[in-house]
Design a binder for this molecule. Structure first.
Ligand code: PM9
Length: 463
């Protein structure tokens, strides 16, 4: 293996968790009982768990040591001060409001920054983010560059905002009707695609001229910074920390799910520079999360997050992280498996349209492919297509996203390259008899964020 292309793990393993594989017959029973929804499978029935990189990270010895420094006072926790210092140092924002996870921050931001009837342009929707925007009377407008919707186009910075689309929304709706621009770094549902610094700078320019605020979804900002260092002119010699700081210098604030790039298991926060907005956020955090000095997290979790944020900035860590994901993508591409290109920061996205050409989108190819992959191998993945996209809030019809994908999401510091080989092998085996993957239909469809708990059955005609 080429060590430059795929560097060795920059850590030693100090504690291990045994995994086991149940038999194929048992997996068939498990997926049926789970209503063909991988979210509803018990973790003990999973061999390699690539459902998500959210909260599934392995913490370092230093983070575990930090957990013992938990100051669990109801108010004024020392750990909050440490978290505040770390966020200020790495992101540069003036204020931070801790929350139990990313959607807690999205809830508060949407309430304080959106007036009913306003629009929120952004670079592709994310499930929980759009949910909170819409719940508060906002309308999300997708202004990501067109190329992001094309799975086969291998170009850098596919997460960029289309500046013409941004200007057009401002001209059509009027700047006063734009709540803020929501810029995600990286773009999860586009395949973990990064945004270039050039684009962030340009978005800042346009929004400044029009008096519009920009809030980043900072969830995977360190992965984004790695891509900038690797691929954007002028950044090769900058540190990850310098790049992250520059990225956020073009924003008014951010929401953060710490469960990803802060390398912890729980937690999040909301940041901003504006004093008035901060006062409003503090008023709401006590309603939904807890005191402004813990926001739904234990003191020990805030301490671990402060340490994790520092660790995430280390070049060796993030280089290995991104390249391990790329390794899995490369194995699949060599075998001719259709995936979203280029491979992004946190996951490999299988293109279910091309994997299952015998199924139309309304037969839920990605949902079914994820279920079949579990039966094939015990590998758990996640649907990111028509089920995740939900229904149109006006018409009630299914949204039909161009990307219909299954996400193989790599937890941080948890699996080795050899595990990636096992996963690649399983996908390749399944591809060989892909025509047997059945169509699915709903038997239970929840109203909100349906992908989490929906249940399905096989469509009889496709058996
Ligand atoms: N992302 C993921 O698996 C976990 C829940 S959705 C299946 O990708 C972004 C870009 C995310 C994200 C969560 C959140 C919400 C906001 N933005 O899960 O509430 O990827 O901490 O964060 C998930 P929380």
């Amino acid at each position: 293996m080429n060590l430059k292309e795929y560097p060795a793990e920059p850590f030693r393993i100090k504690s291990v968790e045994t995994v086991k594989m149940i038999s194929r017959e048992e997996r068939e029973r498990v997926i049926k009982e789970a209503g063909y929804n991988t979210f509803l499978i018990n973790s003990e029935d999973v061999y390699i768990d690539l459902l998500t990189d959210s909260g599934t990270n392995a913490m370092s010895d230093k983070q575990w040591a930090a957990m013992m420094l938990g100051d669990e006072a109801y108010a004024g926790s020392t750990n909050f001060k440490h978290l505040e210092e770390a966020v200020n140092k790495h992101f540069g924002f003036k204020h931070i409001v801790p929350t139990h996870q990313g959607r807690g921050a999205e809830n508060i931001l949407s309430q304080i920054a959106i007036r009913p009837g306003q629009f929120v342009p952004g670079n592709m929707y994310f499930t929980t983010t759009r949910y909170h925007q819409e719940r508060n009377g906002g309308t999300f407008v997708d202004i990501i560059r067109d190329e992001a919707h094309n799975a086969t186009l291998n170009i850098p910075f596919k997460g960029d905002i289309d500046l013409k689309k941004l200007q057009q929304v401002i001209d059509e709706k009027g700047a006063e009707n734009i709540a803020y621009v929501c810029l995600a770094v990286t773009v999860n549902l586009a395949g973990g695609q990064p945004v270039s610094m050039k684009n962030m700078r340009a978005v800042r320019e346009i929004t400044r001229k029009n008096g519009i605020k920009v809030f980043y979804d900072a969830t995977r900002c360190v992965e984004n910074a790695y891509f900038i260092k690797e691929q954007e002119e002028g950044y090769a010699d900058k540190t990850i920390q310098e790049i992250v700081l520059e990225m956020f210098s073009y924003a008014d604030g951010c929401t953060m799910s710490g469960k990803k790039d802060c390398i912890v298991n729980i937690g999040g926060f909301l940041c901003m520079n504006d004093d008035t907005l901060f006062e409003k956020a503090k008023e709401l955090v006590v309603v939904y999360e807890g005191m402004p000095s813990y926001g739904g997290m234990a003191g020990r979790d805030m301490e671990a997050m402060a340490v994790g944020l520092g660790e995430s900035m280390q070049f060796e860590y993030i280089e290995h992280r991104v390249k391990q994901v790329r390794y899995l993508g490369d194995q699949l591409m060599v075998a001719g498996i259709p995936i979203v290109e280029p491979v992004g920061g946190h996951a490999v996205f299988i293109d279910a349209r091309r994997f299952c050409p015998h199924l139309i989108q309304d037969e839920f190819p990605a949902q079914s492919l994820a279920a079949s992959l579990y039966v094939e191998s015990g590998v758990r993945s996640m649907e990111r297509g028509i089920i995740s996209a939900g229904r149109d809030k006006e018409t009630g019809e299914n949204n039909h996203p161009k990307l219909e994908t299954v996400r193989l999401t790599i937890p941080r510091r948890v699996y080795t390259y050899r595990h990636m080989d096992v996963v690649a092998d399983a996908v390749i085996r399944l591809y060989e008899h892909r025509e047997r993957i059945p169509g699915l239909q709903f038997v239970y469809e929840p109203k909100q964020l349906r992908f989490f708990t929906a249940r399905f059955d096989k469509i009889k005609s496709s058996l």
